[in-house]
Ligand binder design. Structure first.
Ligand code: SPV
Ligand code: MG
Length: 302
């Protein structure tokens, strides 16, 4: 858990992979990501339901715990709006913290929320959301738990000033970091926000989600003083495309032969989860996840 807080304290960009299950989490670890984003969109989709507050807190928590236990990486859980009002946020913090989740993120939308790219968005009252942030911070027992406040103003079509005001309120309420979300197809809005944020002397680290502006580089974000980038749904979208293609080929060719050379061998699957060496199966790493040692004998870059 301390690893995430330490990463936020450093100056370099933290790269966070959006994942939805143990397998995607392990693959993200293999490639050297610093942390995992237990994506509400990814987990909902993998359950076959839309990202519209359908899954319960316990379902999302269970999925985050699977990712936590499958890797040594600190997990940041997408906790949507905090599952209700202040009492729900307090229980959420207790449950996620007890499960060893390193960070939680709550967003300033009304419950039930819809995914940020799903049309109409209803913002929460800023003052009430700031109270949720304070309640979250007061509820945490482990000082290393990171609470991220996510600003949806730009997503909802509100002004840059509104976004800045909200972010300042949430930082003042105790948020450890501010996630500023944008749906523009360039980084320009995030750039403007970051410059204004730092110009105001605000110190809370900024987190961004470059889904609609994927060409921005880690170096460019670092130069803007952004501390963390969440690549929220690329692994999910890759899985959809790959699985779809393989299954279509099997039906189209009336056999699995045509696609066989393009999919990984079973051996690779067994190696990924280390079927034949119990000593390497557990524990993946120490309980506090203080290290980034590669679990399961995998080299992170393999
Ligand atoms: C998620 O991955 O569930 C997110 C990011 O919250 S977004 O889909 O951009 O809303
Ligand atoms: Mg989400």
């Amino acid at each position: 858990m301390a690893a995430l807080r330490e990463a936020f304290a450093s100056q370099r960009l933290i790269r966070i992979a959006g994942t939805h299950d143990g397998l995607s989490a392990m693959l993200a670890e293999r490639h050297g990501f610093d942390s995992l984003w237990a994506s509400g969109l990814g987990i909902s989709t993998s359950h076959g339901v839309p990202d519209t507050s359908i899954l319960t807190m316990t379902e999302l928590l269970a999925a985050a715990v699977v990712m936590h236990q499958a890797t040594c990486l600190p997990v940041i859980a997408d906790c949507d709006t905090g599952f209700g009002e202040i009492d729900n946020v307090v229980r959420m913090i207790r449950c996620y913290e007890a499960a060893g989740i390193a960070g939680v993120c709550i967003e300033d939308k009304q419950f039930p929320k819809r995914n940020s790219f799903l049309g109409r968005q209803e913002l929460a009252d800023a003052h009430e959301f700031a109270q949720k942030v304070t309640a979250a911070k007061e509820a945490q027992i482990n000082p290393d738990l990171v609470v991220i406040a996510r600003v949806e103003a730009l997503i909802a079509g509100a002004s840059m000033n509104e976004a800045l005001d909200r972010a300042r309120n949430y930082a003042a309420a105790g948020a450890d970091a501010i996630l500023i979300h944008s749906k523009l197809d360039t980084v320009s809005e995030v750039r403007e926000f970051a410059m204004l944020w730092h110009g105001l002397g605000e110190r809370a680290p900024l987190v961004v989600v470059p889904t609609t502006y994927p060409s921005v580089t880690a170096g460019e974000l670092e130069a803007l003083g952004v501390r963390a980038a969440i690549y929220a749904n690329q692994a999910l979208r890759a899985a959809v495309r790959a699985i779809d293609r393989v299954l279509a080929s099997i039906v189209g060719a009336s056999s699995a032969q045509a696609i066989d050379a393009e999919i990984c061998a079973l051996k690779e699957v067994f190696e990924l989860v280390v079927t034949d060496d119990p000593a390497r199966q557990t524990p993946a790493c120490d309980p506090l996840k203080a290290t980034h040692a590669a679990p399961h004998g995998l080299s992170p870059k393999r």
